[in-house]
Design a protein around this ligand. Structure first.
Ligand code: ZN
Length: 178
C-alpha cells in the first residue's frame, strides 16, 4: 500500500514539478526578453487568437492588462455563441470588469491582435481605458476610418507584432478559400 501511495504521489508530484518549472520559464523568458512591454502582451493576445483559429472563428484575440497582470482574455466567438457582439475585445473587457468589480477600466490597457471595429472602440470608450494597443491594421472595418472614437484619455498604439497578427488572419482566409 505504501508503494502505491508513493507511486500516486510521484505520479502527481512529478508533472506538477515540471509544470511549475516550465511555467516559471514560460513566464520569465518573455518577461526578461521583452520587459513586460507591448510585444509581450500582444503575444498573449495572439495566443487567444490561435484559440479562435482552432475553433474555426476569425482569429482575433485580446487581453486586458491591469498593473502588468492579465485580468481578462477573449477570442472571437461570434460563430460559437451565435452573437455578433462576441468579439475578442468585448469578451476581454467583460472579463476584466468582472475581475475588478468595476465597469470602468481607467487603469487598464486592451491588447488586441487586429485594429478594433467601431463597436469595440465604442465599448473601450465607455470603459474609459487607459490605452488600446492593436497589432495589424484593419482598413475595411477598423474604427479609425470613422475618426476618433476612443475616449479622450485613451492612448492608442498600433502595429505591435503586426506581421504575426496579420499572418493568422491570412491563414484563416486562405483556408476558407480552399
Ligand atoms: Zn469588434
Amino acid at each position: 500500500m505504501q508503494e502505491s501511495g508513493l507511486f500516486i504521489r510521484l505520479n502527481f508530484g512529478i508533472p506538477k514539478a515540471f509544470g511549475q518549472l516550465f511555467g516559471c520559464f514560460a513566464w520569465l523568458t518573455p518577461t526578461a526578453l521583452l520587459g513586460m512591454n507591448d510585444a509581450y502582451f500582444m503575444l498573449q493576445a495572439l495566443a487567444e487568437a490561435e484559440k479562435a483559429l482552432e475553433a474555426d472563428e476569425i482569429p482575433i484575440g485580446a487581453v486586458v492588462v491591469f498593473e502588468k497582470q492579465i485580468i481578462g482574455r477573449g477570442y472571437n466567438q461570434t460563430e460559437q455563441l451565435r452573437d455578433v457582439t462576441a468579439h475578442a475585445e468585448m469578451l476581454a473587457l467583460t472579463a476584466a470588469a468582472n475581475h475588478l468589480g468595476n465597469k470602468y477600466l481607467a487603469d487598464c490597457t486592451l491588447y488586441v491582435t487586429i485594429e478594433p471595429c467601431v463597436m469595440c472602440a465604442g465599448a473601450s470608450y465607455w470603459a474609459q481605458l487607459k490605452a488600446v494597443v492593436f497589432g495589424a491594421d484593419e482598413p475595411k472595418v477598423g474604427f479609425r476610418r470613422h475618426g476618433q472614437l476612443l475616449h479622450p484619455r485613451t492612448q492608442l498604439r498600433g502595429g505591435v507584432q503586426a506581421a504575426e497578427c496579420a499572418a493568422l488572419m491570412q491563414e484563416f482566409f486562405s483556408l476558407k478559400r480552399k
